[in-house]
Ligand binder design. Structure first.
Ligand code: PLP
Length: 483
């Protein structure tokens, strides 16, 4: 299976090269037609790590001994051996993706990516050290730090906006141990921080300096592939529970931002899993809802800060991969992307829109509805969900189907304790840690161990710089990592 750019058939790469490069040289994303001879039925009988080995081997065939990579990534690192438990809630199912080392769904992918990058580095004979640079608005930074911590041949620098992340998210990052990790606050907002990182990538590093820059961003195929696994795992759990017979369709509702999570569901389906509809759930930033309804993607709209911040996105990068997978026409995709850059919008063909409607449903809700949903589900089902999951739950309620419905849950409620406690009518005074513990007292829902011990951890990273200093900071670190 060979990968190519979504925008140019001639830009090809094996799966290991695609993982190392991240983005194709023309700015397109690496894609490939998913394998069609995948043995779904035997995979559904395996445990989670067994499924991961088979699915990742099928999608990334360059990697030998995928079983060892999978074990190194996951074994003993999640709260449960099954990694992503499926919990029945009020006639639907919640797929808990937040049981990893940092209580964010990004752990599923970012535990695996470092293993893939180091294996790809060896396979491609790259002797340079890989330096991961990441700008984070919160969750990605910590999950990447935890994933790359002490992985040989790699270093990672995470930049975060000094006042743009929550207290818990900040403490998660600045307490990160590991000889190969550095965390640095930037005076500015997330956009400033991200622009700074993009400029460093654009400037590049000198050849033969022994370092190669890479990103832990969700456009890397090595981040997408591990997410296919939990769709299989959820289906296998429904089979075991006797809730479906083999071949019955299951619908999945996905809280969506960059379109990585839901696209993994589409890949699972193309590989043969009996998925019915994939329901794309958005918050008030409803660019995807409008796109899926009308076929016009229009980013020229206000950006809203919501209580589900990981879904506050106007340009949903992984959508480009879906457009290619549905058309296999790189000229068409390149045209849409050019129009997005030049005009801020594009409209897909009628035939592509009908293909989209055959596979996807959509819906959105605002902050007030999100809060109301958290309160209602707590009251009626005694299930505590975070703000992102609540968006998906709300959209699921408005969606008609006869199939079993799985709602993907992407964060622990304790990562957004103020919104969640306020939604169930609690007192949200004090620090975010006060609120976290009060939420626990009020509900009795256990705080995951990594968050419970967080407040007491020592601070290990104190660097704060201006946005203009970011490039010099990286160069200084490359010369002298420990100072
Ligand atoms: C990243 C994230 C999402 C969005 O996932 P995409 O793959 O970008 O669509 C949703 N919820 C949470 C909590 C996240 O961290």
């Amino acid at each position: 299976m060979e990968y190519q750019s979504t925008r140019d058939k001639k830009l090809r790469a094996g799966s290991a090269e695609a993982v190392l490069r991240g983005l194709a040289p023309d700015g397109g994303l690496y894609v490939a037609r998913p394998p069609v001879d995948f043995d779904v039925h035997s995979v559904l009988r395996l445990d989670t790590l067994g499924m991961a080995e088979k699915i990742l081997s099928a999608l990334l065939p360059d990697f030998r001994d995928m079983g060892a990579l999978v074990r190194r990534a996951y074994a003993g690192k999640f709260e449960t051996e099954e990694l992503t438990p499926l919990v029945p809630v009020g006639g639907r199912y919640v797929l808990e993706l937040f049981r990893g080392p940092t209580s964010a769904f990004k752990d599923v992918a970012l535990s695996m990516l470092p293993q893939l990058i180091t294996a790809a580095r060896e396979r491609e004979g790259v002797t340079d050290e890989i330096l991961i640079l990441t700008a984070t608005s919160g969750d990605t930074g910590k999950a990447a730090l935890a994933g790359f911590c002490d992985v040989p041949g790699t270093k990672i620098i995470v930049f975060y906006p000094e006042n743009g992340v929550s207290e818990v998210q900040k403490k998660q990052m600045i307490s990160q141990a590991g000889a190969n990790v550095r965390v640095c606050a930037v005076r500015g907002n997330f956009d400033d921080t991200q622009t700074g990182v993009k400029e460093i990538f654009a400037a590049g590093v000198k050849e033969n300096c022994g370092v190669r820059l890479s990103s832990a961003n969700s456009i890397n195929i090595g981040r997408l592939a591990p997410q296919v696994v939990y769709y299989y795992k959820a289906y296998a759990d429904l089979l075991k529970a006797g809730r479906v017979a083999c071949g019955d369709k299951v619908d999945f509702v996905v809280p969506t931002g960059n379109f990585g999570d839901i696209l993994a569901g589409y890949l699972a389906k193309r590989m043969g899993l009996p998925v019915g509809k994939l329901v794309c759930a958005s918050n008030r930033n409803d660019v995807l809802t409008d796109f899926l309804r009308t076929g016009t993607y229009d980013r020229r709209r206000p950006f809203y800060k919501t209580i589900s911040p990981s879904m506050d996105i106007l340009v949903s990068s992984n959508l480009e991969r879906l457009l290619w997978l549905l058309t296999e026409n790189e000229d068409e995709v390149a045209g849409y992307m050019r129009s997005l850059t030049e005009n801020g919008c594009y409209t897909v063909s009628d035939s592509l829109l009908s293909k989209l409607h055959a596979e996807f449903a959509y819906g959105c809700c605002d902050d007030a509805q999100t809060m109301e949903t958290i309160g209602k589900v707590w009251k009626t089902e005694h299930y505590l969900m975070d703000t992102h999951t609540a968006v998906a739950w709300r959209v699921a309620e408005g969606y008609q189907t006869d199939a079993p419905v799985v709602v993907l849950s992407t964060a622990s409620p304790y990562k957004f304790p103020t919104a969640v406690l306020s939604a169930i009518g609690g007192d949200t005074s004090g620090t975010e840690f006060d609120v976290m513990f009060r939420l626990n007292e009020l509900t009795g829902v256990p705080v995951s161990p990594n968050l419970a011990r967080l407040q007491k951890l020592p601070i290990l990273h104190r660097d704060v710089i201006d946005r203009e200093e970011m490039q010099a900071y990286v160069q200084r670190r490359m010369r002298q990592w420990d100072e």
